[in-house]
Design a protein around this ligand. Structure first.
Ligand SMILES: [Zn+2]
Length: 305
C-alpha cells in the first residue's frame, strides 16, 4: 500500500492495490486488450481522516477512469451517493459515523461501471475506533429534569417533527468551501460527553456548547436553506439549516430568531442572537450537526476543505 497525493485535493490518498489486484489479474488473463480495459474501469479510493472515530465525518474520494458511467457505494448497509469535486473525474461522498456506532471493522464497497458495462468493485476495511468522550455531571433544578405528562407528550411530538426533517434529504449540495464556527466562543461542553443529570445518566451530548454572550450574533456555518425556525422544549429558540445532501447544522437556545423556514441563507449570515431559552442554565450556543441522520462532531465539519 502506498500513499500519494491527488491533484485538486490535500487529502492523503491510499491506493489500495491489493483490493484491485484480483481484478487486474482477471483482466490480464481474460482479455487480450488488458490495459485498455483496465483503464476503462479502474478506480482509486482514498479517505480522510485515516483513523476514523465515533462521531467523525469521514470523507471518501474516488478517482474514476475516463469512461466510467456509474459510481455507487455502500457502507453500514446504507447506499452512498457521490458528488463531483470541481471538474474532472474525482468524486466524493461524506459519511457520518454516529457518536454511538459500535467500534469495529466495517466494509466499504465501491463499484463503477464502464460504458461497455464492465464493472469494477473495491472492498475496503474501515476500522471505527472508540472515542473517549468523557463524562460531565450537571445539577439542574428538579423541575427542569422531571417532566410532567403534558411536557413529555410535547417533547415526544417535537422529536417526531424534527425526525421528519432528517428523512427529507435534498440531492443537491448547497454548501460551498469551508464551514465556519457560528461564533467565536470557547467550548464549554464538548461533543459526545456522557451527561449525568442530578445523578442519573442521560443521553450523550449530541452537539458542542460554545460560550456566548447574551445577544451575540449567531451565523450560519455555510450556505443552506432554513428548514426549522421555532421554539422547542429542550433546545428553546431553534434554527436548523439544511446544506443539502443530508447535511444539517443546528443552533439552539437563541434569544431571537432572524430567519424564516424556507429562507436561503449564505455562509456567515446571521440566523439569530445567542440566548438561554429551553433547558439551559445560561447564555451559550449549542451547535449540532447531522449527516445522513448520524450525530457527528461539529468540529469534524470544520476540518473539511
Ligand atoms: Zn448542548
Amino acid at each position: 500500500m502506498g500513499k500519494r497525493g491527488l491533484k485538486n485535493t490535500k487529502f492523503k490518498v491510499c491506493f489500495l492495490l491489493y483490493g484491485l489486484l484480483p481484478l487486474f489479474l482477471s483482466i490480464l488473463f481474460l482479455s487480450g486488450t488488458a490495459f485498455a480495459k483496465q483503464k476503462e474501469v479502474s478506480l482509486k479510493v482514498g479517505w480522510f481522516p485515516r483513523k476514523v472515530e465515533q462521531g467523525d465525518i469521514y470523507v471518501v474520494n474516488v478517482l474514476v477512469a475516463k469512461g466510467a458511467r456509474s459510481l455507487t457505494g455502500e457502507f453500514q448497509g446504507k447506499a452512498l451517493s457521490f458528488y463531483k469535486v470541481k471538474k474532472g473525474r474525482l468524486f466524493r461522498t461524506l459519511i457520518g459515523i454516529d457518536m454511538e456506532t459500535d467500534p469495529g471493522t466495517y466494509q466499504l464497497v465501491i463499484s463503477a461501471k464502464s460504458r461497455s458495462g464492465k464493472a469494477v468493485r473495491g472492498r475496503y476495511r474501515i476500522r471505527i475506533k472508540k472515542r473517549d468522550f468523557g463524562e460531565q455531571r450537571i445539577t439542574l433544578p428538579e423541575e427542569m429534569v422531571e417532566l410532567d405528562e403534558d411536557t413529555l407528550k410535547q417533547v415526544e411530538e417535537e422529536g417526531e417533527k424534527v425526525k421528519e426533517i432528517w428523512t427529507k434529504e435534498r440531492s443537491d449540495r448547497i454548501w460551498r468551501g469551508k464551514f465556519i464556527k457560528p461564533l467565536d466562543g470557547e467550548i464549554i461542553s464538548p461533543f459526545g460527553v456522557r451527561r449525568i443529570l442530578n445523578d442519573l445518566p442521560r443521553n450523550p451530548h449530541s452537539g458542542v456548547d460554545l460560550e456566548a454572550g447574551m445577544g451575540e450574533d449567531i451565523r450560519s456555518s455555510n450556505a443552506g436553506i432554513v428548514v426549522f425556525a421555532g421554539e422547542l422544549y429542550f433546545s428553546g429558540e431553534t434554527v436548523i439549516v439544511d446544506h443539502g445532501r443530508g447535511l444539517y447544522t443546528m443552533y439552539f437556545h437563541l434569544s431571537r430568531i432572524d430567519v424564516e423556514e424556507g429562507q436561503r441563507v449564505k455562509k456567515g449570515e446571521i440566523l439569530g442572537l445567542a440566548g438561554s431559552t429551553g433547558r439551559s442554565t445560561g447564555p451559550h450556543l449549542h451547535w449540532g450537526v447531522r449527516l445522513h441522520d448520524a450525530r457527528v462532531d461539529p468540529f469534524s465539519l470544520l476540518r473539511l476543505r
